[in-house]
Design a protein around this ligand. Structure first.
Ligand SMILES: Cc1cc2nc3c(=O)[nH]c(=O)nc-3n(C[C@H](O)[C@H](O)[C@H](O)COP(=O)(O)OP(=O)(O)OC[C@H]3O[C@@H](n4cnc5c(N)ncnc54)[C@H](O)[C@@H]3O)c2cc1C
Length: 417
């Protein structure tokens, strides 16, 4: 049974490995204050936020945790700042240097005395976040695949989440955090204006290769518009996460880019332990963030940094907000109040992450046309490198950089012409 209270069973008693009946976990029936679908960073944060206000919260995931997730595991400053109090980051490495390349050429390494960001394996990281939600009082049930959600009751007083095994869970508020291909996003009507394909290989390497990469990442501005590649060393476990991302629609060339990148790095002699791909989706600016009693967060809402496709901090931050506002939706008095609270959630997202996404889209539009200008800036212009470093550390954001520095604004508008 592992560390979860409840696995894929609606029973209110659990059994020890020897078959003796133990006092059971909380029964799953009755009306929940908040049901959260998906136990990634967004869902665990939402469940923790709602449960820590003393509400009855259920967190569902189709996977048994810890589970693999295609992701570089880069934890930038805003991610670190949104973690539960006392959370111990399971760091695989601390990044102090970046080697930049432009399609394999014009390589330059930049170093920082202060740590730029951390690297984790998502299975461990997500597992700990689920534990934190559980510690806050959320009931966690894994092995449950949600197939749909519906508003119901007189005046839509509750929403009902249905699982593929036919079980239903009724709640006063639902948070959809089921990732970029989520069911709940479809119910809400989330729309996207940017879809990218990310491909990754986890490559176990011998200790001397691991030592060569320790504390340093590699970023390669790629041959396809808006594409880039990365090497993220997972030094504690002796492997490298190597990946590329590019606009969806040319899967063969994206695959070729990853193969070329791995070969150029001299890593093609090592056999990957995992090779996987995943689509990332950024929301259109007018995309809804709620419907009735259902809010969406993280990838399910299309909340992702458009240029870097960094999404963990977006998931953690929007998850916390969704959990807080879901409590208000659950307590709302009538349909008008539900709508007001859901709109408040949307305002909170748009005023923070929405502003950052707009800046990211501007950066991406410029980068797609003139990647060499970005490369030259981060490699040769100290303020540009410092702005990059300070963004990863969480001291500034792309939106602030564009606002504060005329040169960055000019570069981005020049490049996007
Ligand atoms: C190749 C690649 C590399 C990336 N690298 C980085 C990086 O280095 N740093 C960074 O910040 N971001 C990175 N990202 C983005 C980041 O992985 C996501 O933005 C982040 O995982 C979003 O978190 P989430 O909680 O919204 O969704 P997820 O982490 O996708 O979690 C969704 C959860 O919902 C569950 N679920 C799905 N469907 C159902 C269902 N029907 N019923 C029940 N449960 C369901 C899943 O099992 C999963 O646990 C990367 C993305 C890709 C594709």
């Amino acid at each position: 049974m592992g560390w979860l209270d409840v696995t894929d069973s609606a029973s209110s008693v659990s059994h020890s490995p020897l078959g003796a009946e133990l006092p059971g976990p909380e029964p799953l029936d009755g009306i929940w204050d908040v049901v959260v679908v998906g136990a990634g960073p967004a869902g665990s944060s939402a469940a923790r936020a709602a449960a820590s206000q003393g509400r009855r919260v259920l967190l569902l995931d189709k996977a048994e945790h810890p589970r693999y997730k295609t992701c570089g595991g880069g934890i930038i400053g805003p991610s670190r700042d949104s973690l539960p109090p006392g959370f111990e980051l399971p760091l695989q490495d601390r990044v102090h240097a970046v080697t930049f390349a432009h399609d394999g050429r014009f390589t330059r390494t930049r170093r920082s005395k202060r740590m730029l960001f951390g690297l984790v394996n998502r299975d461990e990281f997500d597992h700990r976040l689920v534990q934190a939600a559980k510690q806050a009082g959320a009931v966690v049930v894994t092995g449950v695949t949600v197939s749909g959600v519906e508003q119901q009751g007189g005046n839509n007083r509750t929403a009902v989440v249905t699982a593929t095994d036919g079980r239903t869970f009724e709640a006063r508020a639902v948070v959809g955090a089921d990732g970029s291909a989520g069911r709940v996003g479809r119910h809400v009507g989330v729309t996207f204006d940017q879809i990218d394909l990310g491909l990754e290989a986890e490559i176990p390497v011998p200790p001397e290769v691991s030592a060569h990469w320790a504390g340093r990442i590699h970023l390669d501005w790629g041959p396809l518009p808006g594409s880039y590649g990365w090497v993220f060393p997972k030094t504690e476990s002796g492997s490298l996460t190597v990946g590329v991302i590019s606009a969806r629609g040319d899967g063969e060339r994206t695959k070729q880019y990853l193969a070329d990148y791995i070969r150029r790095l001299g890593l093609s002699g090592f056999t990957p332990s995992v090779e996987s791909g995943h689509l990332t989706r950024c929301r259109a600016e007018d995309s809804p963030l709620s419907r009735g009693r259902v809010l969406v967060a993280g990838d399910a809402a299309g909340l992702l940094e458009p240029w870097t496709r960094e999404g963990i901090s977006y998931a953690l931050r929007s998850g916390l907000l969704a959990g807080e506002w879901a409590v208000k939706v659950a307590e709302a008095n009538g349909a008008t109040d539900v709508r007001r609270q859901a709109l408040n959630y949307a305002f909170a997202i748009k005023a923070g992450l929405g502003v950052e996404m707009r800046a990211g889209k501007q950066m991406l539009a410029a980068f797609e046309r003139r990647p060499h200008l970005f490369h030259a800036a981060v490699c040769l212009v100290d303020p540009a490198w410092r702005a990059f470093a300070r963004t990863t550390q969480g001291h500034t954001t792309f939106a602030q950089v564009l606002r504060q520095y005329g040169a960055a604004r000019k570069l981005s508008s020049l490049a996007s012409r």
